[in-house]
Unconditional design. Sequence first.
Lengths: 144, 379
Amino acid sequence: MTHVWSRERRCALLAEAERAELIELADACIADGAEVRVLVAPEVGCVTAQVREPVLAQRFLLGDVLACRAEVEVAGHRGWAMRLGDDRAAVLAAAVLDAEVQSGRPRTADVDRLCERVARRRERQESQEWAELAPTVVEFEELT
Amino acid sequence: MGYSGARGGLEAILAAEDLVRRKRDHAPAPWASTEQITARFRLAVDRVMGEAGLYDEPTAAAAFRQAEGDTLEASHLLRAQRSTLPRLAVSEAVDPGEMTVLRRIVPAFREPDGPQLLGRTSDYTGRLLERPEGPPEPPTEESARTEVTEVTEVPERTEEQRSPRRFLDLLRKLDLVSEGRTGDDPEPHDITRKPARPPADRSAVLAAMARAESGALVALWYRSVLGPDGDVHEITLGELRHGRLPLRVRHPHTGNPVTVGEFRVTEAEAIEDLDGADEDRTRFDIGYGLCFGHNERKAIAMANLDIANRRFGRSGPLEQLLLLTVDGLDSGGFLEHLKLPHYVTFRSMVERKQAMRAAAEAGEDLPARAAEPTGKDCR
């Protein structure tokens, strides 16, 4: 049984997915001849990182993060994606997958399975990361 | 060449640039791939991203390679690249308390909430130059097995271990921090669209420091400690973190926040002892530093200079120095332009000297000269 993701969570997982797995599935989605319209061609730009600092709770702009976005329409349903970096093909594929789910087309379950794989991969990476970090937890002794 | 009263030299200029490209790109050494640069020179890449104000490791690595390791030139290339890109969105304001920490130390206190996590550092060990003959041996099967065993033995990371409560919260709980939060929420100043000049919002000063040249910020911090201004008094580092923050934008269809990725930052909090006559001497105040990537010197200097600026920025030169002198592209660009031909400029200076000498030899009185005032208007 596949997990039911919110649209935002699915977008976040597609933003983390590997390029090859996105493109392979997007190609499969539109292989049935579904009408695809590119509403916003993949565009590389910046997302300005805004931070609320904790001392005075004031916002400031830390800097820009390179990102890429695209928007498509598949079978009359709009799909949107944004990913960090400048990979236009990957973000276009992610937008196609978002539209596939929004339209309830046949590959919806495949998209959710991909999201599950990405989520599990993320968990494994974080476990590995913590396994490397945990031995560096320290409790210095205080000289009295 | 489009500068000053000089022209020509095109063939020599092209030949000089070609020499750079040939010696760099065809040096008798293996090509340094982008992956190699991000993996082996991560701190240089992080520094370039921070000083350019653009976060993207592969792009920064490409700039570092093109600049032959000159971080300021690489930052210049990266910022120029950024200027060609559209702004897709301004992120939702992220709370740095959400950071997934990769390193977190609280030098001021032994037992803060959550762990003290040294992370990837050689701060506590002696460093001597190592000059290996070649690349290190890959891990043996036995050591790899040991590592796997260790992985399975580590319990799952708790939320407190992932994002520990900050030391500032503990100080607040003990009523030891002067309360400066007013509830106001002014729009942050965008220094990439509108240059900041004193007097400026704090958001402009924080943004300027976040993309300052690291050495310039550290030098200004040190001047504030030992120099004539004395703006930094107590030098206590409350907390230092390196970790990942989520980048969220509004989903254009649902209107809800969506995480589109993560970026690494270094964060510092500096504790300042309030001792002024009009200050609350029963409490501390805190300075804040945050910059892209892993750059601890920069974040610590920024945190100390933030509180120094809030206390003394306008009674002395500090705010002006922070806004106008720590940007590496500003200062480095002005310095580097001195290498361009200044024939006309200098000839006019020589002619002025000769005219004054001729006037003096003719017995004319030289015009009185008023001394320039110290400090100049900012424009």
